[in-house]
Design a protein around this ligand. Structure first.
Ligand SMILES: [Mn+2]
Length: 309
């Protein structure tokens, strides 16, 4: 059973608007698409979010974020306890700290994370150029120190506390589609970073296989896929907060999803998919809901849709 959970929170990114993402994705027909390929789907609705900005000397809009993180973490844990596969609709990528930390608590640290994104999202408050927490979720999940003193450090510690005791192992992260990485992030890419350059040189099939083979080598048992729509090229998916040109084309991204499905559903695959984030869809910057629609098609392929059925 796929359990859809909306998380319409957008106060810690570059631009407002991804709070409308869950509604746009539902209107694009995500649930119907998954049902068409014989999945049981249950819509758990949206978590309640407080969209009033907060002030203070700490991380920007930290109070409403912390509440949203606690609520989404709880909702994700509940879904996992029901043996459902949570599919989180964002909202901004910050919220992956909630969903992935719930999976870490439920399954332990043999969890792998596939971060499909133009950005590495492994900044810390001490080095972030923008101060936006949506560029820091992997650092938080790995339990990195803030690298700064004062109010921002206090808030960071509160965030890490809210994520529970199990940390993501840095070598268990694979990134796919990177093309806008801060210099300060590079030494922290301890897992497998696949950039657009790698994809251009080696191709989609080889690079996706590299990711899956690495998880097999590491002996992980569970996989979480965190899909930021900005991995796709902005020509195809303009409705997002931090668009970067040179992303995956429609056909490339479809092939990524199809190969992932093939590899993950093979009886010999030693790990299984346990949850998915689908984040950073921002209808305010979109045209005709095309970004949510193309994202929906991607998710459907990840869950087994093929051209010939
Ligand atoms: Mn991201």
């Amino acid at each position: 059973m796929i359990e859809v959970i909306g998380a319409p929170f957008d106060l810690c990114g570059m631009r407002l608007g991804s709070r409308l993402g869950p509604a746009a994705i539902r209107l694009a027909g995500l649930l119907e698409e998954l049902e068409k390929i014989d999945h049981e789907v249950w819509d758990a609705g949206d978590i309640p979010v407080e969209l009033r900005p907060s002030t203070g000397d700490g991380l920007r809009n930290f109070e409403p974020l912390l509440q949203a993180v606690k609520d989404l973490r709880e909702a994700t844990l509940t879904a996992l306890q029901r043996e459902h596969l949570p599919l989180i609709l964002g909202g901004e990528h910050t919220l992956a700290v909630a969903s992935v930390s719930a999976a870490l608590e439920h399954y332990g640290d043999d969890l792998g994370v596939l971060w499909i994104d133009a950005h590495a999202d492994i900044n810390t408050p001490g080095v972030s150029e923008t101060g936006n927490i949506h560029g820091m979720p992997i650092a938080a999940l790995c339990g990195e120190p803030s690298g700064i003193e004062g109010g921002k450090d206090r808030d960071w510690r509160h965030l890490l506390e809210a994520l529970g005791p199990v940390r993501l192992r840095p070598d268990h992260v694979a990134w796919y589609g990177l093309r806008d990485v801060d210099r300060s992030e590079v030494p922290r890419l301890k897992g497998l970073p696949i950039t657009m350059h790698d994809i251009d040189r080696k191709g989609i099939e080889n690079t996706v296989n590299m990711v899956v083979d690495r998880y097999i080598e590491l002996g992980i048992k569970h996989l979480w896929i965190s899909f930021d729509i900005d991995a796709l090229d902005p020509v195809l998916a303009p409705g997002t907060g931090t668009a970067v040109r040179g992303g995956l084309t429609f056909r490339e991204s479809q092939l990524v999803a199809e190969i992932l499905h093939e590899r993950l559903s093979a009886p010999s695959c030693p790990f299984r998919l346990v949850g998915v984030d689908f984040v950073e869809t921002n209808p305010i910057h979109d045209q005709n809901n095309q970004t949510a629609t193309v994202g929906t098609e991607w998710i459907a392929s990840l869950f087994g849709k093929t051209i010939l059925g």
